[in-house]
Design a protein around this ligand. Structure first.
Ligand code: UDX
Length: 450
């Protein structure tokens, strides 16, 4: 089988490489010449564990190639995946100009039957817009070439995208015809060996599934963050509450870890886009509106703790910050809580010296000389008044606290990911703050009245 993947961002590149791994011939198309040159040399422009090895292997076997020409790219393909960006518009709705531009180009150049699959996260109804755009171009050419559209949302997590693609929980495909269903079944057959379901449905439901999945996950996180904040007020420990509710299989123990708010390229954008879509249909998604505002508030929770410890004026205070990426195993800083925290600390006059195992370059690109860049985690906390843990990279989990004690001026830790044990910290020299476990002390058991 031959397929084309248009867009070599993180979704497109992972999709193309993983399909090639099953023996399919893949042509990846991107308008960015520099990127295509890089990929032809076997260099992966994003940080995604395992992707480089897989790409190299499939390039060596001649199963994956890269071009800037969509016309050439789609020549022999049975299926064309559209995996270009859908950046948010000013009002938060997804901008479809790239998706529809690609659809038009496909219509201008296709010569035989194809399934045209939308892989980018797009609002409900987009696949039919893709269909109209292709049809219009075919009409302009005055040719009749059969084609089908399909929707095939991705559920990849950055940092484990290759694994997620090769071993999916499920594959969702929206289709309109048996012919398209047959093509999609053949394509995904190698990924279904372990019994993971391939769910066929109508296109609207498939497009909606992606938004509903991400919104549900974001809801779990915001819910837990809200509960964590209440735990502090009533003197409860969110770790115990999390375990207590997570062991109920209806709730589940995943995605209920409180922290400094969710970030990344998907949750913030998709929650916002779904809220806008609902508004357009005259329906107000109250739950998701709250999810968004809780998340916005959560990004300031650590700085609020810092302010109540040090006061509002942080002039001359030095902070060591661990973790800039929005989560571990990625260098992605889109919507990263670290950006909000840094912004707020700087506004209060503080100095920040940061370290991240992979996002240093990205941070420098975004933040310039706003902060200092450390060469490792210990370098970040030299002469610091406090350490702030923002991303839970594994190497931050077991630091040598002796070294920390020696290097820091004031022994204070603000742990935005609850990676340290409050009991151990209680016995140490450190003043320790975390999320949902700092009973504010205004409720003591003995003062609770009957
Ligand atoms: C997400 C979805 O998981 C994936 O299915 C979809 O295709 C794209 O969006 P990703 O953005 O890579 O993937 O990150 P994910 O691992 O889901 O984490 C998202 C955010 O939620 C991160 O900021 C993370 O720190 C936060 N999070 C996650 C929590 O705060 N608590 C949790 O319990 C889980």
């Amino acid at each position: 089988m031959n397929i084309t993947v248009i867009g070599t961002g993180y979704v497109g590149l992972v999709t193309g490489t993983c399909f090639a791994e099953t023996g399919i011939n893949v042509v990846c198309v991107d308008i960015d010449e520099k990127k295509v040159e890089m990929l032809r040399r076997g260099e992966v422009p994003i940080y995604e564990p395992g992707l480089d090895v897989l790409l190299e292997r499939n390039m060596d076997k001649g199963r994956i190639s890269f071009t800037t020409s969509l016309k050439k790219g789609i020549q022999n393909s049975d299926a064309v995946f559209i995996a270009v960006g859908t950046p948010p518009d000013e009002d938060g709705s997804a901008d479809l100009k790239y998706v529809l531009g690609v659809a038009r180009e496909i219509g201008q150049h296709m010569e035989d039957y194809k399934v045209i699959i939308t892989k980018s996260t797009v609002p409900v109804g987009t696949s039919f817009k893709v269909k109209s755009a292709v049809e219009e171009e075919l009409q302009k050419r005055d040719v009749r070439i059969p084609f089908d559209v399909a929707s095939n949302p991705e559920f990849l997590k950055e940092g484990s995208a290759v694994d997620d693609f090769l071993k999916p929980d499920r594959i969702v495909v929206g289709i309109e015809s048996k012919r398209a269903e047959k093509v999609m079944k053949r394509l995904y057959k190698p990924f279904l060996m372990n019994g993971h379901p391939l769910l066929f449905m109508d296109i609207f439901s498939s497009e909606m599934t992606k938004y509903a999945a991400n919104s549900m996950l974001a809801t779990k996180i915001s819910f837990m963050n809200d509960i964590a904040n209440l735990c502090e007020l009533v003197g409860a420990n969110v770790d115990l509450v999390r375990k207590g509710i997570g062991s109920d299989s209806r709730i589940g123990n995943k995605f209920i870890y409180p922290g400094t708010g969710y970030g990344g390229s998907c949750f913030p954008k998709d929650v916002q886009a779904l809220v806008r879509t609902a508004d357009e249909y005259g329906h107000s998604l109250e739950v998701l509106k709250a999810v968004e505002s809780v998340n916005y508030r959560q990004k300031s929770v650590l700085v609020n703790k810092i302010k109540s410890h040090f006061g509002e004026n942080l002039k001359g205070k030095q902070f060591g910050l661990w973790g800039l990426a929005f989560k571990p195993k990625t260098d992605d800083m889109r919507e990263a809580p670290a950006l909000v925290i840094i912004e707020e600390l700087k506004a209060l006059g503080a100095n920040v010296r940061a370290y991240d195992p992979v996002a240093m370059e990205e941070a420098e690109r975004i933040l310039g000389d706003k902060i200092e860049y450390a060469k490792d985690e210990y370098d970040a906390i030299i002469d610091a008044d406090a350490l702030i843990v923002v991303t839970e990279w594994s190497e931050f989990r077991m630091p040598n606290f002796r070294i920390l004690e020696k290097l820091m001026v004031e022994k204070t830790i603000f742990d935005g990911r609850n990676i340290y044990d409050p009991e151990e910290m209680e016995e140490s020299e450190f003043t320790y703050y975390s999320i949902g476990r700092d009973a504010v002390g205004n409720i003591k058991k003995e003062t609770v009245k009957a």
